[in-house]
Design a protein around this ligand. Structure first.
Ligand SMILES: [Zn+2]
Length: 261
C-alpha cells in the first residue's frame, strides 16, 4: 500500500508569503502586506512550538492580526488561544464575530482575502476563504476527499445544499483548493466529488429499484477507477459514503434520487 501523503506535516508554499501546513489537519498563514492572517489552528496543542517556528521562519516578525476558523470543530481551533496569547490575534469565526452573507474582506497592500459563509454543508458555521491574488480557496471540511460533508442527516435538502454550494465554490475557478484535512487539490477535485456524489445517489436508487439487497449493493458499487488514489478513499471513505447514501435512500430521505431541478 502507498504511504499516506500527509503522515509527516509539510509546509507547502502557495505564493510568496503564503504557506500551508499540510498534514492530517491543515492550517495556513498568509502575508497581506502590513499584517498576516492565519486560517485554522489544528487539533493538537502540543504542535505549538513547531508551528510557530515554521511561521517565524517564513513570515518573519510581521504581526499576525487575524485567525480565521473555517468552523469551530476542535480539530480546527486548538491553537486559537496560543495565537491570542502570543500575538493578541483576533479570532474570527461564526461564533466570535458572525459574518454577513456576503462575507468579510481582509485587505492589505500585498494581497487580500474574503471570508465567506457557506453554511450548512458540514456545520452551520462553515466558511470558505478566497485569496484572489493566488487563486487559492480554503473550503474547510466541506470537501473531504470523498467524504459526504454534512454532519447531520443526509436528505434531499442537504444534498441540494451540497450541490449548490459546490457550484458556488467551483465558480471561483481556484487553482489551489485547501481542504481542512489532507493533501491540497484543485477545482477539478471539487467537480469530481460533485459528479461522484450524484453518480453514487443514482446508482443506489437504481439498485434499490431493482430490488437488490444492501449486501449486493455494497459489493457491486465500486469506487471509481480515477478516484482510487484519493486520500484515504479506498480505506474507508467510499464505503462510508455508500453506506450513508444507501441508508438515506432506503429510509426515503433522499426521495427517488432524482434531483429536483
Ligand atoms: Zn469539522
Amino acid at each position: 500500500m502507498a504511504t499516506d501523503p500527509v503522515e509527516t506535516p509539510k509546509v507547502v508554499t502557495v505564493g510568496e508569503g503564503f504557506h500551508v501546513w499540510q498534514a492530517v489537519d491543515n492550517m495556513a498563514w498568509v502575508n497581506l502586506g502590513e499584517y498576516a492572517l492565519v486560517v485554522d489552528a489544528l487539533e493538537q496543542p502540543q504542535l505549538e512550538g513547531q508551528v510557530f517556528d515554521a511561521i517565524r521562519s517564513t513570515l518573519g516578525d510581521i504581526p499576525i492580526s487575524y485567525l480565521l476558523n473555517t468552523h469551530t470543530h476542535g480539530d480546527h481551533t486548538a491553537l486559537n488561544g496560543a495565537f491570542q496569547r502570543r500575538f493578541g490575534t483576533q479570532i474570527i469565526n461564526q461564533r466570535t464575530s458572525p459574518l454577513p452573507p456576503e462575507g468579510r474582506w481582509f485587505e492589505g497592500s500585498r494581497r487580500r482575502a474574503l471570508m465567506l459563509p457557506i453554511p450548512g454543508c458540514h456545520t452551520q458555521e462553515d466558511c470558505a476563504v478566497w485569496v484572489p491574488d493566488d487563486r487559492a480557496l480554503f473550503v474547510g471540511d466541506v470537501f473531504g476527499w470523498g467524504l459526504i460533508a454534512c454532519e447531520s442527516g443526509l436528505d434531499v435538502r442537504a444534498a441540494e445544499l451540497l450541490g449548490d454550494t459546490y457550484v458556488r465554490l467551483i465558480e471561483f475557478e481556484a487553482a489551489v483548493v485547501i481542504p481542512g484535512h489532507g493533501p491540497l487539490c484543485t477545482t477539478a477535485e471539487l467537480q469530481r466529488w460533485l459528479d461522484y456524489f450524484q453518480w453514487l445517489r443514482a446508482q443506489v436508487v437504481q439498485a434499490c429499484g431493482r430490488g437488490q439487497t444492501d449486501e449486493e449493493i455494497t459489493r457491486t458499487i465500486a469506487p471509481p477507477e480515477d478516484m482510487r488514489t484519493w486520500w484515504r478513499f479506498l480505506q474507508w471513505k467510499h464505503d462510508d459514503s455508500l453506506r450513508r447514501v444507501l441508508e438515506a435512500v432506503r429510509s426515503g430521505r433522499l426521495g427517488n434520487g432524482e434531483p429536483s431541478r
